[in-house]
Write a protein that binds this ligand. Structure first.
Ligand SMILES: [Mg+2]
Length: 207
């Protein structure tokens, strides 16, 4: 796949919503170990707002901007703030109706930069950053000219990153209050964000 089109990107997000909704209870159960148990509902609600905002979009910058603002306006809490920042950050770094490999790389780099402005968490802190940072790094480091290959590498890295959170102790957010109790369970946000990248890869493989 040489170019990522707006339609393929919409399909990726629809697939992500389906996959995340299928695992909603699992994300809430993980969140309940060390938090308030609302993550499944929060991420499904946030991604639903994203998907709902895109139907008429024909180019990347305004589509991603609408996605970011929709999720922030329609839902509240850290999940929607981070997801909104991801799409707004992406919007800052794209133009046009289709993206080549360089365009896809800068879109995801922009998404990460947007999220980094919203959270002090970095890799190893047992948050969604443990899925997002490896995924975006894998995209940047991939030398393929096939966008499917970029998304496969991202999904692998995000899934490995989420798995690694099982051994970590939470350092940020409400979860840090539970300290050692967080060890032995994956972070709910890292799990949901890795599921999103898994769904992105699945979707582009079918396009
Ligand atoms: Mg929660």
């Amino acid at each position: 796949m040489e170019y990522l089109t707006v339609d393929v990107f919409k399909a990726m997000l629809n697939r992500a919503l389906e996959e995340i909704a299928a695992h909603e209870d699992e994300f809430s159960q993980l969140d309940a170990v060390i938090g308030d148990g609302d993550h499944g509902n929060a991420i499904v609600t946030a991604l639903s707002a994203v998907v709902k905002s895109v139907s008429a979009a024909t180019e990347f910058k305004s589509m991603l901007n609408d996605m970011g603002f929709s999720v922030m306006l329609e839902t509240s809490g850290s999940t929607s703030t981070l997801l909104g920042a991801f799409f707004l950050g992406m919007s800052d770094c794209v133009s046009g109706t289709r993206l080549d490999v360089a365009g896809v790389k800068s879109m995801f780099a922009g998404g990460l930069a947007g999220v980094e402005k919203q959270t002090p968490a970095r890799e190893g802190d047992k948050t969604m950053m443990d899925a997002l940072i490896p995924a975006v790094t894998a995209i940047q480091n991939c030398n393929s000219n096939d966008i499917r290959e970029l998304m496969l590498r991202a999904a692998d890295a995000a899934i490995q990153g989420a798995k690694a959170t099982v051994q970590m102790k939470a350092n940020y957010g409400r979860a840090r209050n539970y300290g050692e109790r967080s060890v032995g369970y994956a972070d709910s946000g890292a799990s949901s964000w890795s599921t999103m990248f898994y769904a992105f890869a699945q979707s582009v493989m079918n396009n």
